[in-house]
Design a protein around this ligand. Structure first.
Ligand code: RUQ
Ligand code: CUA
Length: 664
C-alpha cells in the first residue's frame, strides 16, 4: 500500500487530470496540470488534516467521490418515502444532501400545505369514511414511466396504513391529488406503474371485508378479501381518474409487494404474498400469533395477474360496481385466466421484475434464497392450462418447478432486489446486514458488502427502468446503532450510498434519516427533470391555470356583501395590499392572494396569527383562503419568509370587531 501522502497526491492528480488528459486540447491540459501541481503543494496539509481527523485513504477517496461543492449540482435525485412522516424526501446523489421534503399526506407548514389554502382540498381527497387523516405510512414512491423509462413528469406514492395513493407533479414538486381506496383497509403493493403509466397499481395488504364492512373473524375465509386496484392515470390531466379505474378481487392471502411487467411481460402484474395459511391470531385465547400461524406452509403464492385481460373483461361489463369501483369478482378472475398462483418459498418479500422483463425475483425472507420466476415459462403454462391444481377459491396454481428459472442462494433474509446495467442484481439481506451482488444469468453471488445495519430496502440508479444506469446503489438500513451521534432512544435510519461502478462495491457515505422509516425509493438522472422556478402570474398550482380570482397590482380591493367579505390581496417586496382588513365578528371571509413576484426564489409567507392560516406564496402563485372571523380581537398578519431587508415590515392587521351585546 502506498503511503497516505503519495496516495492522496496521486488521487488528486488523477482527479484533476482524469478526463481532461484523455479528451482535451493542450490548453485545457496545461490548466489541469497547473491545478494539479498546486494540489501537490496542498497535499501536505491534506495529509496533516487526515491525521488530525483520523481519516484513512478510503475515507478520503469516499469524500472525493461524494463531495459536491456549493454551486455545483448533483447527478441524480432520490425520491424516498418519508415513512410515518407521510411525506416524500428528495435527496441529491452523490452528495446525499436533503433538498426537499415534499408535503404529501401530512400537513406541512413551510410549504403552507393544509393550513387554510387550497391544499386543504388535496388532503381532504384522502379522507376515509369522511374523516380527515393527517398522517400516512408512506411506502413506495414510483416515478412515471414512458416506454419503461422514467420520464421525470410525475411521482406516485402509497399510504399503507390508510389505503391511499397520491400524485405529485414534478414540474413544481407538489402534491396534486390524493385518492382514497374505498374498498380495502390497508395497502402495500403500490404505487407501482406499468411501463407507460396507464395504471397506478395499489394492492391490499391485510385482508378485510371489501368496503370495510363488518364481518366476524370467524368468517375470514368467506368474507375477508384482498384486492388489486388499478387506478387509471390520465397523463393529460396529470390526475388519476377514479371513474376509469377498476379492481380485481383476490383471496384473503396477505398480498405484499407488487411490480408491473415490462417489455415482454408488459400487461402483467405480480404480487408476492404471505399468510396463505390465513392465520388470524388470537393470542389471548391461547392461539398462535399471526406470526407463527402464517409460517406453517412451505409455500405461499406469487400472484400473476393479466391486467390487460382484466381490463377487457371490465369493459365487457363483467365487473359489478362496489362502493363506486368496478370490481372483477374473484371467480371471474380465476376462470378467465386473469389470476394465477405459483408457489413461493416461505414468507417471501420483495417482488422485482428484471429490466428486460423476462423474470421476477422474489426474496425468501425466512430462507436463504431468492427465487427467479421465468415469465416465458409462466406464460406457456398458463396458455396450455398446465395447472398443478386449484386453491380453495378455484384459482389455478402453476407447478413451481416448471415456472422458475432457478433459485439463487444469497444469504440470510433476502428482501428486495434492484439491478444495474451489466446483468447484476443487488439484494438486501436483512438478517445478514449485507448487500448481495449476484449475476442474474448465473444466479450466483459475486460479492457481498456489509451495511449498517439490517438493510430493509435498496435502490439503484434508474433501477426500475428497462435500462438501469449502474453507478450507485443505496442501502436503506433500518438500524443505525453506532453510526451517528446519539439523539435519544429513537435512532435515525441510515441510508448508505454504495458505488457500484467498479469491480467491487464501495461504501461511500452514511446519511441519517431523522423523519420516519423510509421503505422504497427511486433514483432518477437529474437531466430528466424540468422543474419550474416560478408559477405563471396568478397561477393556481392546483389547476395549473391562472386563477379566476388572481389579483394584479392596482386591482386590490375589499368587497362586502352582508357578512360575506372578499379580500383581493397582493404580496410583493415588502408589503401586502391591502394591509388592513376590518371585519365584524361572524363574517365569512374569502381571501384571494397573489404573489406578484416573478424573480427566482422570491417567496413570501402569509399567516394570520391564531387562525391557523399559513401559506407559502412562491413567485406567481395564487391562493384562496376561506374562514369565519369567529374570534374577535386584533390579529397581526405577516410574511413568514425572510424575503428582503424589510421583511419584518411586511405585515398588517386583521381586526375583528366583537358583536354588540344582544346581537345574534
Ligand atoms: S416494503 S415493509 Cu419491504 Cu413496503 Cu418496507
Ligand atoms: Cu415577504 Cu418576508
Amino acid at each position: 500500500m502506498k503511503s497516505h501522502g503519495t496516495w492522496i497526491a496521486g488521487a488528486i492528480v488523477a482527479l484533476a487530470l482524469g478526463t481532461a488528459a484523455a479528451a482535451c486540447s493542450n490548453k485545457a491540459e496545461r490548466a489541469a496540470r497547473t491545478q494539479a501541481s498546486e494540489s501537490l503543494k496542498a497535499s501536505s496539509s491534506v495529509r496533516e488534516l487526515m491525521k488530525q481527523r483520523g481519516l484513512v485513504e478510503a475515507d478520503v477517496e469516499a469524500a472525493l467521490r461524494t463531495y459536491v461543492p456549493g454551486g455545483k449540482q448533483d447527478d441524480y435525485l432520490i425520491f424516498a418515502s418519508g415513512g410515518q412522516s407521510g411525506q416524500v424526501l428528495v435527496i441529491g446523489v452523490p452528495s446525499m444532501r436533503l433538498l426537499k421534503v415534499i408535503a404529501v399526506f401530512s400537513p406541512e407548514p413551510w410549504q403552507g400545505y393544509a393550513y387554510g389554502g387550497e391544499s386543504d382540498k388535496i388532503l381532504a381527497g384522502g379522507n376515509q369514511n369522511g374523516r380527515a387523516i393527517t398522517w400516512a405510512d408512506v411506502h413506495h414512491p414510483n416515478l412515471s414511466e414512458a416506454n419503461g423509462e422514467y420520464d421525470g413528469k410525475f411521482l406516485f406514492v402509497n399510504d399503507k396504513a390508510n389505503a391511499r395513493v397520491a400524485v405529485i407533479d414534478l414540474t413544481d414538486f407538489a402534491t396534486k391529488q390524493i385518492v382514497a381506496n374505498p374498498l380495502v383497509a390497508s395497502d402495500h403493493g403500490g404505487a407501482f406503474v406499468d411501463q407507460n403509466s396507464r395504471y397506478v397499481i395499489e394492492t391490499s395488504q391485510y385482508p378485510a371485508p371489501l368496503g370495510r364492512e363488518y364481518a366476524p373473524i370467524s368468517e375470514y375465509k368467506t368474507r375477508y378479501r384482498g384486492l388489486a386496484m388499478f387506478w387509471r392515470f390520465d397523463r393529460q390531466q396529470g390526475r388519476i381518474d377514479p371513474a376509469q379505474s377498476f379492481a380485481i378481487e383476490l383471496p384473503p392471502y396477505t398480498q405484499d409487494l407488487a411490480d408491473a411487467g415490462k417489455l415482454v411481460s408488459d400487461g402483467w402484474a405480480f404480487i408476492n404474498s404471505f399468510n396463505t395459511e390465513m392465520a388470524v391470531g388470537g393470542t389471548l385465547e391461547g392461539k398462535p400469533p399471526i406470526e407463527s400461524g402464517a409460517s406453517q406452509n412451505d409455500m405461499d403464492y406469487l400472484h400473476v395477474i393479466n391486467w390487460r385481460r382484466a381490463e377487457d373483461l371490465v369493459n365487457a361489463g363483467r365487473a359489478p360496481v362496489v362502493h363506486g369501483v368496478r370490481v372483477l369478482p374473484l371467480a371471474v378472475a380465476a376462470e378467465e385466466g386473469v389470476l394465477t398462483l405459483i408457489g413461493e418459498p416461505k414468507s417471501p418479500h420483495g417482488c422485482d421484475v428484471t429490466p428486460d422483463g423476462t423474470a421476477i425475483v422474489v426474496g425468501g425472507k425466512l430462507d436463504t434464497h431468492a427465487t427467479i420466476y421465468d415469465f416465458a415459462k409462466i406464460k406457456s403454462l398458463i396458455d396450455s392450462k398446465r395447472y398443478q391444481g386449484k386453491d380453495d377459491y378455484g384459482v389455478p396454481i402453476l407447478p413451481f418447478k416448471d415456472a422458475i428459472r432457478g433459485q439463487a442462494e444469497l444469504g440470510l433474509g433476502p428482501l428486495h432486489t434492484v439491478f444495474d446495467d451489466r446483468g447484476n442484481a443487488y439484494t438486501s439481506l436483512f438478517i445478514e446486514s449485507k448487500v448481495a451482488k449476484w449475476s442474474v444469468k448465473e444466479m450466483k453471488v459475486l460479492e457481498k458488502l456489509s451495511v449498517h445495519y439490517n438493510i430493509g430496502h435498496i435502490l439503484s440508479a434508474e433501477g426500475d427502468t428497462v435500462s438501469p444506469d449502474g453507478k450507485y446503489v443505496v442501502a436503506m438500513n433500518k438500524m443505525s446503532l453506532d453510526r451517528f451521534t446519539g439523539v435519544g432512544p429513537l435512532f435515525p435510519q441510515n441510508f448508505q450510498l454504495v458505488d457500484i461502478a467498479g469491480q467491487r462495491m464501495r461504501l461511500l457515505y452514511d446519511m441519517p434519516i431523522g423523519i420516519g422509516e423510509p421503505h422504497y425509493s427511486q433514483m432518477i438522472k437529474t437531466d430528466k427533470l424540468k422543474p419550474i422556478k416560478a408559477y405563471k402570474p396568478g397561477e393556481n398550482p392546483y389547476t395549473g391555470q391562472r386563477d379566476p380570482n388572481a389579483v394584479t397590482g392596482g386591482q386590490e380591493r375589499i368587497l362586502r356583501n352582508g357578512n360575506q367579505v372578499e379580500v383581493f390581496m397582493t404580496a410583493v417586496r415588502s408589503h401586502f395590499t391591502p394591509d388592513r382588513i376590518e371585519l365584524e365578528e361572524g363574517d365569512q371571509v374569502t381571501l384571494h392572494i397573489t404573489n406578484l413576484e416573478q424573480a427566482d426564489d422570491q417567496t413570501h409567507g402569509f399567516t394570520i396569527n391564531m387562525y391557523n392560516v399559513n401559506l407559502s406564496l412562491e413567485p406567481g402563485k395564487h391562493e384562496n383562503v376561506k374562514f369565519t372571523a369567529d374570534m374577535p380581537g386584533v390579529y397581526p398578519m405577516y410574511c413568514t419568509e425572510f424575503c428582503s431587508a424589510l421583511h419584518l415590515e411586511m405585515a398588517g392587521y386583521m381586526l375583528v370587531k366583537p358583536k354588540a351585546k344582544g346581537q345574534p
